[in-house]
Design a protein around this ligand. Structure first.
Ligand SMILES: Cc1ncc(COP(=O)(O)O)c(C=O)c1O
Length: 436
């Protein structure tokens, strides 16, 4: 059975989409096709597949049957026209943007992003001759003001990591389209279980599948999903990679590659040339995770809200940045756009300040100190010395992170146990304060 025709609900698609049993060994679960290369039927078929005249397996750097089930399943959940899997979320973000933005061009990105994405935009993209400007995700006018004739993408996280900022995606998509620019949304923290950015007008969605999609903290992976809606032909001079004939490929991506010229280009050129291929074994593990996505995310989300509410009432905590709390600046947007809740990654500040962070974290027993999110285990990290350590003070301010900000990713343990653990660590820090 395949269910990617969208007649079925998300819970059915997350288990069924993309895989048809019966070919070739009747396995019920998705087989791991652990093969680097594929035998071509004939000289002619090898030539046609290489020339992109015929679809078919070529080499696992640009496609693999296990990875292809993952691609179809995530595309089905986001209701996109197709997807491209890659080795990590970082490579998915890089490829998603490099397919749109070239040397001499420009990206406008949210000032509240995962630190690794800021490193990519601010440092490595600068080496490539690609400029980036950063704008507050809540201030659409600032994005329009930052856009120039060289801008080729807007990039935002649907739930910002780590302070749970929620952009007005519909307003951003409308403003981007007004300027002829596609909106790319990193939906890692929300997942399609909480929000589907394409339904809010986004053009491309990217994931670190390492996080909630896989859900078990075992495997890196990334996915790019295309809506197929952005009209590259409307301003052909801006998008020559799609609209002009490519001598290398002997075709014009826009007219010769089907429903997603964007993914065809990303795959044939960027995945092929840069080589961040997803291991089929990781694709298999990520698929195992996706099959329970809605159940896990519901539990993560409910537990995180309970923990956030508890911390918000604790005297040793100065602020909690969880968009499910009425004190969060984006609370109303959460109520409007996130009927199932705003996820399980959030941040809080210790009232005792920076000095208390180390003793607090080291006193925790259940929370694992790790630079990751979206694991079945609850995780804790101190962004300003780890994930966001390369931020300047101004970047930290714009991201809403202070030196005493602590990020939590709430797992699937009993939330009462998590609260007990946090309380014990907060009490130990308060006692230490009282004695110093
Ligand atoms: C929101 C977000 N996007 C992208 C990434 C990069 O993903 P990966 O670690 O799978 O390369 C991360 C990693 O923490 C992330 O949190």
């Amino acid at each position: 059975m395949t269910a990617d025709d969208h007649r079925w609900s998300a819970a059915t698609r997350q288990v069924r989409s993309g895989y048809e049993s019966g070919v070739p060994q009747n396995t019920v679960t998705v087989p791991i096709y652990q093969s680097a290369a594929y035998e071509f039927e004939s000289f002619e078929s090898a030539r046609d597949i290489f020339a992109l005249r015929r679809a078919g397996n070529l080499y696992s750097r640009t496609g693999n049957p296990t990875n292809s089930v993952l691609e179809k399943r995530v595309a089905a959940l986001d209701v996109g026209v197709g997807a491209l899997a890659s080795a990590s979320g970082q490579s998915a973000v890089a490829i998603a943007l490099l397919a749109l933005v070239r040397s001499g061009q420009h990206v406008v990105a949210s000032s509240k992003l995962y630190g690794g994405t800021v490193d990519l935009l601010d440092d490595t993209f600068a080496d490539f001759g690609i400029a980036a400007s950063f704008a507050d995700p809540g201030d659409v006018a600032a994005w329009t003001a930052a856009t120039t004739s060289a801008t080729r993408a807007w990039f935002v996280e649907s739930i910002g990591n780590p302070t749970a900022s929620l952009p007005d995606l519909r307003a951003l998509a409308d403003a981007a389209h007004e300027l002829g620019v596609p909106l790319v949304v990193d939906n890692t923290v929300a997942t399609p279980a909480l929000l589907r950015p394409l339904e809010f007008g986004a053009d491309v969605v990217v994931y670190s599948a390492t996080k909630f999609l896989g859900g078990h903290g075992s495997s890196l992976g990334g996915v790019i999903v295309d809506s197929g809606r952005f009209d590259f032909g409307a301003r052909p001079e801006r998008w020559t990679q799609f609209t002009e004939h490519s001598p290398r490929f002997g075709l014009t991506f826009l007219t010769d590659t089907g429903v997603s010229p964007y993914l065809a280009y990303a795959k044939a050129k960027l995945a092929h040339d840069l080589g961040p291929a997803l291991s089929p074994f990781n694709a298999f593990l990520l698929l195992q995770g996706i099959e329970t996505l809605d159940l896990r995310v519901r539990r993560h989300t409910e537990s995180a809200l309970a923990v956030a509410e508890h911390l918000a009432g604790h005297p040793s905590v100065s602020v909690v940045r969880h968009a499910g709390l009425p004190t969060h600046p984006d609370y109303a947007r959460g109520v409007r756009d996130f009927p199932q809740g705003t996820g399980s990654v959030f941040a809080f500040d210790l009232a005792a300040g920076e000095e208390a962070v180390g003793p607090f974290i080291d006193r925790l027993e259940l929370f694992t100190l790790a630079a990751n999110i979206g694991d079945v285990r609850s995780l804790v990290v101190h962004p300003s010395t780890t994930t966001h350590s390369r931020f300047t003070a101004a970047q930290r301010d714009a991201a809403g992170i202070s030196l005493s900000t602590i990020r939590l990713s709430i797992g699937l343990e009993d939330p009462a146990d998590l609260i007990t653990d946090l309380d014990a660590a907060l009490a130990a820090v308060a006692l230490q304060e009282a004695h110093s």
